[in-house]
Design a protein around this ligand. Structure first.
Ligand SMILES: [Zn+2]
Length: 103
């Protein structure tokens, strides 16, 4: 069976944290306000419609908010956020670590 998807995500996040932690805050792709808005939107929409294993909600939010999806996607890939639910789980955790507080 090998390594589970969840273990992979946690490993990717741990690797990102150890490598990038010191620079993590400056590496955030968006302002803290926008990051919080993104997580709020993801939480709300995932509750409504679930995850379809793409970044559909993230992409839609980028269009609505006029945010560059490519920059955000680069950061999401680095933290193991390859779909909307991973973007929320890993993104929120990485974001909290980056700003040094729990949301
Ligand atoms: Zn997902």
């Amino acid at each position: 069976m090998g390594i589970s998807h969840k273990q992979y995500r946690k490993a990717a996040l741990a690797a990102w944290k150890s490598k990038e932690f010191s620079a993590a805050k400056s590496n955030l792709p968006l302002s803290t306000t926008l990051m919080k808005t993104l997580f709020y939107t993801l939480d709300e929409k995932l509750t409504e419609q679930g995850c379809d294993h793409t970044l559909k909600i993230v992409k839609g939010w980028c269009v609505e908010t006029e945010v560059n999806f490519t920059d955000l996607n680069t950061w999401l890939e680095a933290i193991g956020g390859h779909c909307d639910c991973e973007a929320l789980d890993n993104g929120e955790e990485a974001f909290s670590a980056a700003i040094g507080q729990q949301m």
